[in-house]
Every structure is written in structure tokens, then in C-alpha cells.
Ligand binder design. Sequence first.
Ligand code: UDP
Ligand code: MG
Length: 319
Amino acid sequence: MKPILYIVIPCYNEQEVLPVTAPLFLKKIEDLVNREKIADESKIMFVNDGSKDNTWSIIQELSKENSHYIGISQSRNRGHQNAVLAGLMEAKDICDITISIDCDGQDDINAMDEMVECFLNGCEVVYGVRSKRATDTFFKRVTAEGFYKFLNWMGAEVVYNHADYRLISARVLKELANFKEVNLFLRGMVPLVGFKSTSVYYERHERIAGESHYPLKKMIALAIDGITSLSIKPLHMITSMGATVSILSFIAAVWAFINEMMGRTVAGWASTICIVCFMGGIQLICLGVIGEYIGKIYMEVKARPRYIISDRTGDNISK
Ligand code: UDP
Ligand code: MG
């Protein structure tokens, strides 16, 4: 049986872009249906993220025009990640596969062919990876690439140069629904769910119209969100720093003591230095220990599933 595909598209103040890109998505769906890759019940699902312009009325018009278009609207602006999740969760029970993509035409729609092909060959998650960023400005390219490197260094593992353009099967989405956290960083969470995955490569284009909603400030906020949602490495770093400072302060104390013995100091200097170094080290170690426990509490309150079974032998393979 052919799979039902839902293309999930977050939209925030995109009135200039939607009329241009919506027909492109429709063409892609029709093309895939004609080539008998996906079922005719497949849809393009727009998620209006509390737009302040005419985005929602455009979506309503589109849905009247063609039954492949459908839309949902968030009660207010909640940000890109929440909008994508809302669409995916809405779709997971009525389709077999979803592809999330931005509505601005930056991500190559044609990569969907290969994504669907990968799914038909048994992959449950297919990451869209930008092969190069020739059209991005130098500044955007350097900051964006730095973003992925920094995230990985801080222990938040993400697929390099992959944003939120990806295919996810309904089966994986049902498991993702058990990740109850409210601080969303989807590109870090999806790899945690597991299952067979692969990547397809595409070139990133310029925005068709309108402006980016991700200036540097929001990108830094997203990086901080990503690190703090996925990793407790910053807390481990405090512990290591405490240990280092303690060792250094021990050496400094020995050095101060030697200076004192040789009479090269003013009265009170050595004892002051020793106390300052000692206290600095102790405080950092204490903070680190508290941090380790907070890290554990943090991971516990997320209440993530402890295991996910992907296959079983015999007839009753879970679906
Ligand atoms: N978006 C959203 N809510 C927001 C900001 C952005 O749904 O609060 C959508 C936006 O309409 C677009 C996608 O998220 O479809 C990516 O945003 P944008 O193109 O501005 O980011 P960039 O590609 O520049 O990183
Ligand atoms: Mg964009």
C-alpha cells in the first residue's frame, strides 16, 4: 500500500511567501502521487504560528481551492519548534510519513523525492542536510556552521548542517510523542528516538520573499536552548574547573609558603593568598557537586522513555 504523506509547514508572517511556495508544494505532492510513490490522501499541512498578517486567511483560501491543502492555527506565536511539533503531532495518527519543511522555499523541495525513496527502502527518519551554503551571506554561514560545531562540543549531538527539513515516519512520531519536555529542540530530540535513519543532501537557496525570523540573537537563544535541553556537559565543566582550580591553588599555596619562609613577603600576604586560592577551589568544587545532582534531577524530570523497541521477532511486529 502506498504511504500517506503529510508535508508539515510552519508559517509565521509569511504572506509574501505562501502564494509563491504553496503551488510548488502542491506540484510536488501531485507529482509523487502520479508516480505512485504516495497515496492520493496525502496533504500539505500549514501550521500558522500566530501570524499577525494575512497568513491564516491565505491558508484558509488555499484549503478551499484544493483538497490537498489543509491548515491548523496556533492560538498565538509559540516559535518555530513548537509550530513544527504541533503539525507533526496532529499528523501522526492520520498519515504514514511526514516531511517538515520551512515555507520560504530555501530548502530544496525536490529533495523530497529522495526522502520518500529512502522511506520506501526502509528508513524511518531521513535528515535533509545542506551540502553548501553558497547563497548565504558570509556572516550567516560562519555563525550557522559555528552553531553546529559549538553544539556538538557542548555535548548536544546534532546532525551537522541539518535544520528541520526531515522525513519522519508516523511510527517514530508516536515514540517522539513520549518525549514530554517543553523546551523543544527537535533536531536534537529526533536522533534520540533512534530507528533506521539516513541523510539526503541538497543545496540551500535564498529566501523567495520576506525576511528571516532567525537573526543572530534568536540563533544564540536556540543554541543555548539546544545545549541546556540535551546536555548537562556545562555542569560537568564546572566540576572539572573546580578540580583544576583546586590543584592550582595548592601549588600557589606551596609557592606562597616558600616565599614566606624565605622572607620575601610582607606580613599576612601568604596566609591571605592561601585562603583566597583555597576558598576559590572549594567553592567551585561544591558548585560542581551541586550541579551534578541538579543535572540528574533535570534528566529525571524530563521523564523520557527509558527504552524504545523498534522490532520484534515473530508475527506481532509492533506498528
Ligand atoms: N517560523 C515560525 N514561527 C516563528 C518563526 C518562524 O513558524 O516564530 C517559521 C517561518 O515561517 C519559516 C520557518 O519557521 O517557515 C523558518 O523561519 P525563517 O525562514 O525565518 O528562518 P531561517 O531560514 O532564516 O533560519
Ligand atoms: Mg528560512
